[in-house]
Design a protein around this ligand. Sequence first.
Ligand SMILES: NC(=O)c1ccc[n+]([C@@H]2O[C@H](COP(=O)([O-])OP(=O)(O)OC[C@H]3O[C@@H](n4cnc5c(N)ncnc54)[C@H](OP(=O)(O)O)[C@@H]3O)[C@@H](O)[C@H]2O)c1
Length: 315
Amino acid sequence: MNHLIHLKHQDRIGWIGLGEMGYNMASNLQRYLASIHLSMTVWNRAPARSAKMHHHGAHVTKTIEDLVAQSNIIFTSLANDAAVEEIYARLITLAGEVNHPIIFVETSTIYPALATKLSQAICAQNPQHIYLQCPVFGRPPLAKAAKLIWVTSGDEKAIKKMCLYFTTMSKSIIHLKTPDVAKACNFKLIGNFFVVGTMEPLAEGLTLAEKSSVPAESVLKFVETVFPAPTWVEYSRKMRGQVHKDEGGFSVDLGLKDVGHMRQLAQEKGASVPVADVAYAHLKQVHDQGLGHQDWTTLISSLRVNSDLPTYSEV
Ligand SMILES: NC(=O)c1ccc[n+]([C@@H]2O[C@H](COP(=O)([O-])OP(=O)(O)OC[C@H]3O[C@@H](n4cnc5c(N)ncnc54)[C@H](OP(=O)(O)O)[C@@H]3O)[C@@H](O)[C@H]2O)c1
């Protein structure tokens, strides 16, 4: 126990990326740190989001340089591969300039080859640096409630140490028990494939029900009774517009990124994912209408438009 307390006080945590997921995750971690009289350092591209963390007791820094100088553990939660590459280009350079070893914990959903590339580049700067790829499952309300599912890959010893922090943000942790950081990206894309594979039949079934004058409420009740899984129930309700605008979500544009990665992974590995191909076309249609910022359950609007029904927007 003494050993753990010692580790906690040695650790200086930095957090980069305070979007829908990053803000909620970082808030929970900061709450824990505050309970042991510690605080983390945060940086976000848009300063307004960092300012919110100041109210939780985090130290807000204006520069990534400052954050790296002050941290020996750095979490990142960024929108897409381009953002991760851009930020890590800076982190890699800075990692070569500091004297202390750093554990990088990358939590975004990115393509597997990028994780491998970043891990190699970080370690090339200093073999004592460690790069972990630890993507998460769960939407922003679950992140807020500290009920995410974390997936870990990378150096086993570092993961063991990080578990203390992961548990402050999660309901469970899936350890892939591999030093290969690409594996967690593969796993995350496959997990999201199951999610998008749930959305597609829901969208098609709800559209067919409306065209057949079957009451939506009856269909939702059927879904709740026969498929009482959170994803089925929540997504069918979202597709009927039964969700408040302020409830954070997962955008069509982020969905296109993930489904695009699934399709690329399948092609690379010689597998096929026709469900992902269909869902991609529907998400693309919504994006092309200028609605890429909306929750990805609005995928249903492309089926509705194609069936001569009016589109929905979130209430
Ligand atoms: N939302 C979900 O349900 C969910 C669930 C599981 C996993 N994820 C994954 O988690 C990651 C974050 O998702 P999110 O929903 O939090 O996205 P988000 O709300 O769009 O936040 C994205 C974050 O990335 C930052 N960012 C984007 N481009 C950047 C750049 N070029 N340089 C620096 N910062 C940049 C944004 O900064 P600004 O504030 O300055 O824009 C923001 O902090 C994504 O990889 C996503 O796929 C999301």
